[in-house]
Design a binder for this molecule. Structure first.
Ligand code: PAF
Length: 287
């Protein structure tokens, strides 16, 4: 496995694989890898001849009062996991390799980024779009893999790739959960034992919502309320948002049957103590 911190070296290696006609899969990450990331790498491995993973905690997607400095990092462990899955190249740049002095060009979007996490993290998606665009230029892969746990991010990246005619297929992969239902996240490491237990409120709330939808409820307000009521039973939980949106444009829906492409995203963000966790499910019309 090649480990490189260099844009030039990484790009040259990927181009060489492409020249040989090899298909390249790419998994962008911020490290502190868990089974969720592993599942993306495994999917990439299955569908491509070479797999590249990037490990880069991207400063520009964190707001001023967010957890950039304390975001967990463990490169040795991450590299070992990549190697065990059969990743061929890990791109692990330093911040100044990605953002040279005077950097001032950003990728932004009018739609999709204003609701859900965009409300409490107004500059987050601009940072994500910018770094992912840069990574796609450095690593000209055939396919890139993103987890559905960050469903809004997945929708934004798909839309960005389409709007900017990027020559890459965006593949969404299912949420990976702990045995008790908690969605895997690098931020779960912030939780103490009591908070870890309280964090189950998210998946429990969503399960209530899903039950209602599967029983035929199509009124978004009722689904949202059911999710909220369940989450609020947990005293350590403080809801940031519970939303039902069209997965195609991330706009709030009143009626679940009205989703343009038939996919409805029910998403939550909840503070458990100081830790903000997100989770969701996607309901497909006709399911
Ligand atoms: O999902 C993440 O870990 C990050 O937002 C990403 C896509 C690697 C961009 O920094």
């Amino acid at each position: 496995m090649i480990i490189s911190g260099s844009v030039k070296e990484t790009r040259e290696q990927v181009k060489e694989w492409k020249r040989k006609g090899l298909r390249v899969g790419f998994v962008p990450t911020m490290g502190y890898l868990h089974e969720g990331h592993q599942s993306l790498m495994e999917a990439a491995k299955k569908e491509n001849d070479r797999v590249v993973a990037s490990i880069f905690v991207n400063p520009i997607q964190f707001g001023p009062n967010e957890d950039f400095a304390s975001y967990p990092r463990d490169f040795e462990k991450d590299a070992a996991l990549c190697e065990s899955v059969g990743v061929d190249l890990v791109f692990h740049p330093k911040a100044d390799e990605m953002y040279k002095e005077g950097f001032c060009t950003y990728v932004d979007m009018d739609g999709l980024t204003k609701e859900l996490c965009g409300k409490s993290r107004p500059t987050h998606f601009r940072g994500v779009q910018t770094v992912v665009s840069k990574l796609f230029h450095i690593i000209p892969a055939d396919r890139a893999y993103f987890g559905q746990k960050d469903a809004q991010q997945l929708a934004v990246i798909k839309k960005m790739a389409r709007d900017l005619s990027m020559d890459i297929e965006i593949v969404g992969c299912p949420i990976i959960r702990e045995a008790d239902g908690l969605a895997k996240s690098s931020r779960n490491t912030y939780l103490n034992a009591e908070e870890r237990q309280a964090a189950l409120a998210l998946s429990r709330g969503l399960a209530e919502g899903r039950k209602l939808v599967e029983a035929g409820e199509r009124e978004a307000a009722k689904v949202k309320r059911a999710i909220e009521v369940e989450i609020e039973k947990e005293k350590l939980a403080k809801v940031d948002y519970v939303e039902v949106v069209d997965f195609a444009d991330i706009m709030p829906l009143a009626d679940l049957s009205a989703a343009k492409e038939g996919e409805v995203l029910c998403a939550v963000a909840v503070y458990i103590g100081k830790t903000r966790l997100i989770d969701n499910f996607i309901w497909k019309a006709g399911q």
